[in-house]
Design a binder for this molecule. Structure first.
Ligand code: AMP
Ligand code: MG
Length: 426
């Protein structure tokens, strides 16, 4: 190679290696706060959640029927007087031997009773409730929910780092928790770069200048961040100018954990992200062997001394490619794990399901490809016809991605690795 030949292209980096390197940079947040259980959906537990009680707190009936002592029902057809009536939420007395107790679902079992006979297996004697025929011999413990069968006292019900879901909030409430200790939300500054970008609502379609396009990335990136529990400062559109890019980065670094941008990470002279981040901190520009989503930047931006306690640590920087599908897919595969790790939550391992391709992909790509597909009613996958990284329709039409290895062709009927958006967005 002589001195005048263009610089060699950076070798492509494997996606897994990029993810490992990205995650290795993360120091999880430690600051915690207490939030109402009602408000804790999607937040990450800052402490183990330990139960101070049994759930359910006592043995109770899972049926409407009659609580009995097994010794009193040696065979079917016995008649037992009804000695008490126990409704849910009311206390029971010990069951007198030789009698049964009318009992309702959720009502506490009377002491001495071993089982519940469901009311369908009983008949009232003479049309009143003073005595019943027991028409089935119950098994020990039948229709009884045992104290502590869901949660035992002292158990770690949910570990620190657990990302709370609606069901987990219910479980926490069943332990009596009205407040939960959670990690503080990551603070993320978001901005889009590109002189071509205009905002819906600000410029009407008929007034758009030649070359203008609407900023679509801003809309999905902001909500993807919010769904991951982040506090988002949306800095809007930053024009393709070095001074304005520098100013936006500087302002954002002080009060955020991460600056996330889209666009401007290619190496054209209108791509100002790289030199600006380099000037204010450090930047790695990766060419990831994935399609869509090759250019990806990550690094740090120094904070001002005025940033208080945070000043010692630089702010993270991640620059996503501008093409909407590239931005979307790299967010799911790289930024999402980064933000989960930042919150101290486990990073989910991709768990593809093997499904038959109901399409052909005769031409292999050199890069690992994430194809937008949709499950069909025949149990296979259909491919969106236009896989271009600018075609956002493919992501909305699709319900997931096929993770197709580099160099892989696909023939109709082949089993392929399907990743659902439901999982990738969970
Ligand atoms: P860039 O990464 O800046 O070179 O942009 C790559 C392509 O993505 C260009 O066609 C841009 O117009 C487009 N693009 C960049 N940012 C956005 C955005 N926020 N919304 C929609 N398209 C974008
Ligand atoms: Mg651009």
């Amino acid at each position: 190679m002589n001195a005048s030949s263009p610089p060699a292209r950076a070798p492509l980096m494997a996606l897994d290696a990029a993810l490992d390197q990205l995650l290795a940079r993360v120091e999880p947040l430690t600051a915690a706060e207490s939030v109402a259980t009602f408000e804790a959906d999607g937040r990450v537990l800052a402490e183990d959640l330990v139960s101070v009680l049994h759930v359910p707190p006592q043995d109770n009936s899972s049926m409407d029927g009659y609580a009995v002592r097994l010794a009193d029902v040696p065979e079917k057809g016995v008649v037992l007087p009804v000695s008490q009536r126990i409704a849910a939420g009311h206390a029971a007395e010990a069951l007198r031997p030789g009698t049964c107790a009318r009992i309702f679902t959720g009502a506490p079992m009377p002491a001495g009773a071993d089982a519940v006979v469901m009311q369908e297996d009983t008949r009232e004697v003479g049309g009143n409730l003073h005595a019943v025929h027991i028409d089935a011999v119950p098994a020990p413990g039948q229709w009884v929910r045992r104290a502590g069968e869901d949660v035992t006292r002292g158990a770690v019900v949910l570990p620190r780092g657990h990302r709370l879901t609606p069901a987990a909030l219910g479980l926490a409430a069943s332990l009596g928790r009205a407040q939960l200790p959670v990690l503080r939300r990551p603070r993320v500054a978001l901005f889009s770069t590109g002189d071509e970008l205009v905002m819906p609502g600000e410029i009407a379609p008929q007034d758009m200048q030649p070359g203008a396009i609407y900023n679509s990335n801003r809309f999905f990136l902001r909500v993807l961040l919010q769904r991951l529990g982040c506090e988002v400062s949306d800095l809007g559109i930053v024009p393709d100018r070095r001074d304005l890019t520098l100013a936006a980065l500087k302002t954002a670094a002080d009060h955020h954990d991460l600056i996330l941008t889209s666009g401007g990470v290619s190496v054209g002279e209108e791509d100002h992200i790289k030199p600006a981040v380099q000037q204010l901190g450090s930047l790695d520009l990766w060419q990831i062997a994935m399609k869509p989503g090759k250019p990806f930047a990550c690094g740090t931006v120094r904070r001002d001394a005025g940033a208080g306690a945070d000043a010692a640590q630089p702010c993270h920087f991640i620059g996503l490619p501008g093409n909407p599908v590239s931005s979307f897919v790299t967010f799911l595969l790289l930024v999402r794990p980064f933000l989960l790790r930042l919150q101290g939550a486990p990073v989910p391992v991709l768990q593809p399901v093997l499904l038959p391709a109901h399409f052909d992909l005769p031409r292999a790509d050199k890069r690992r490809e994430f194809l937008r597909v949709r499950r069909n009613t025949a149990g296979g996958l259909d491919l969106f016809p236009n896989q271009s990284s600018g075609v956002l329709t493919s992501v909305v039409w699709g319900d997931g991605l096929v993770d197709n290895p580099a160099g892989g062709t696909i023939a109709h009927g082949d089993a392929v690795a399907y990743l659902s958006f439901a999982d990738l967005l969970a």
